[in-house]
Write a protein that binds this ligand. Structure first.
Ligand code: F6R
Length: 260
């Protein structure tokens, strides 16, 4: 696991550079897309490069991590709509180039199976962008999630619903209770995981992710078992790390030829 500690703007540029290089090397790359605030600066930078530097997403595809169950199709906080607004529409993606779990399906279990198959049919995810919840969730794999889980329905914790109430006029009652989410096993099948986290409120979750024991109580810790996981964090999110100085030194002396 590589840990990079840098200001938020620099982290976003690092992630965007990495995706830029991937798309130029493999134009039909499959990108794993997170919602929430953590990846927004990365999406801004990718959109800028698309518009100003001709970075093409024409052959690329995107797969979302998760979706609320039951939000109406036109609800602005439905993750499909958020992804459309924050990235898909800005890089010229047609609707069929981006897929997510169908939180409006009549048969939710079948929708989850279909989604897993769609990812496999696309050849798997090349780079999965991730954020982390204050309780250590990735996608919506809440504490207690099976470390081998695949896409399925989950119940959001009170903590996550409180954290996300800011997107629903601060009204907890408006935050859905259920979601469909890629499982930890699904996420682990991606070829490269890139997690972004900023701010003090993420410090404990980041400490557990990087330095804690692998445990379903802190679902993101499964990333320690991935062969290629990159953790991009600012000083505040790094503030509880025991080995922060070592991660800083490692990054400062990293060979120039080695990308993320
Ligand atoms: C969203 C997702 C979540 C968020 C996490 C952090 O698709 O999968 O795991 O990444 O809740 O959210 P932010 O980035 O808003 O702090």
């Amino acid at each position: 696991m590589e840990v990079v500690i840098a200001p938020a703007e620099e982290l976003a540029l690092l992630a965007a550079d990495h995706i830029d290089k991937l798309l130029r090397r493999k134009p039909d790359a499959v990108l794993g897309l997170a919602t929430g605030s953590s990846p927004l600066k990365v999406y801004d930078e990718l959109a800028r490069r698309h518009t100003e530097e001709g970075l093409s997403f024409a052959q690329a595809r995107g797969f979302m991590l998760d979706e609320y169950v039951g939000l109406p199709a036109d609800h602005p906080e439905r993750y499909r709509n958020v992804i459309e607004k924050e990235i898909a529409s800005r890089v010229g993606w047609a609707p069929e180039q981006v897929q997510g779990p169908d939180g409006l399906a009549e048969d939710l279990e079948e929708a989850c199976v279909r989604y897993e198959q769609a990812i496999v049919d696309a050849g798997g995810v090349d780079v999965q962008i991730l954020g982390i919840g204050t309780d250590g969730h990735i996608a919506f794999n809440e504490p207690g999630s099976s470390l081998a889980s695949r896409t399925r329905i989950k119940t959001l914790t009170a903590q996550t619903r409180e954290d996300n109430a800011r997107f629903f006029d601060g009204d907890l009652d408006k935050v859905p209770v259920h979601c469909l989410t890629q499982g930890l096993g699904t996420i682990m099948s991606a070829r490269h995981l890139v997690l972004l986290a900023t701010g003090k409120q993420k410090a404990e979750a980041v400490h557990q992710l990087v330095e804690g024991p692998v445990s379903a109580m802190w679902p993101a810790t499964i990333m320690q078992m991935h062969q290629h996981a990159t953790v991009l964090i600012d000083d505040a999110a790094a503030s509880r790390l025991q080995l922060a100085d070592y991660y800083r030194q490692t990054y400062a002396t990293k060979p120039a030829w080695q990308g993320l």
